[in-house]
Design a protein around this ligand. Sequence first.
Ligand code: SAH
Length: 351
Amino acid sequence: MTGLVSMDIAQLEAMLKDMGQPRFRAKQVFQWLSRGERPQNMTNLPKELRSKLSDIHFDGAEIYDKFVSKKDGTIKYLFSLSDGNIVEGVLMRYHYGNTMCISTQVGCKMGCAFCASTLEGCIRNLTPGEMLSFVACVNKDVPAQEGRERSVTNIVLMGSGEPLDNYDNTVKFLRLVSSADGMGISPRNISLSTCGLVPRIRTLPADAPHVTLSVSLHASNDDIRNKLMPINKLYPIAEVLAAARGYADATGRRVVFEYALVKGLNDGLENAGELASILRGMKCHVNLIPLNPVKERNLLGTSRPEAERFMKWLEDRKISATVRREMGTDIDGACGQLRRRVLQQQKEVQQ
Ligand code: SAH
């Protein structure tokens, strides 16, 4: 059965009707859930109803631990789930608001060569309620900036996991988090990052309109991409770009391409030239990220000046590009790194 925080208003209405409750209760419950409250704290509900709701699987998360960067105030969270799994989330502070990076799966099965999240495969999908709960926990934990109702104003689905491999739950989460009766985060303030599951990119405009699509490209040709991302053997670059173009055409939004610069592998100026030529004519932006080295992987990041040279090369060829500011490097900022370190420490303690 769907857990409480994973329910939308229609589902809550149907359930509450069966409990003999009036229709307006659904909205009340949904509002409480979006604020991260458990049934016992839903003070405008009758006591008896609160106790009935407490018997239903809550399907949320709790803050297990948090680490605050001394450099830039970035907060890395570890959330615990009801089955004991632990997942990461990050809150990044910008002048325009706070962006939260959310995981969509416990682990990941995509096997990208540079990514810590995938080292032990995918343990399970996250539910819509768990994802919503990450945001609610942070809204409770961090005061909103002046003039704002809630702390989290923007969301990126760039934590552990492949959102399009957990498609239905991700789409439902997007609906819940953007609902005006709940947190009301505009889909325009939400980015979804994918390694390139082409059939799902094609259905996305109908199921999650207005969300910004980010595609993890990381290579200018199939030879390089095959080395870094096994998914490229199933959906090679030409197919990914065609699907991205379809998304841009259907939504009118520009697609963002993520490009992690790996020393000596994809960071040469010939790669920049090749990238510019395959992206020519597309409404897009390239986000360059010097690779965050992962201890378990033998790949190094490109230096900042070289990354900037790569960016300039793209810009000279009329491709909009930026080098991403690195945040939270003192607290294991990259995907899956913190969770792995904590799990490793737990193992060491147990041994
Ligand atoms: N599965 C999705 C979203 C999760 S990863 C995807 O592939 O897009 C979010 C982004 O971080 C992706 O672009 C991913 O390729 C990148 N990433 C993962 N590990 C990294 C590392 N060590 N250094 C830099 N970027 C990394």
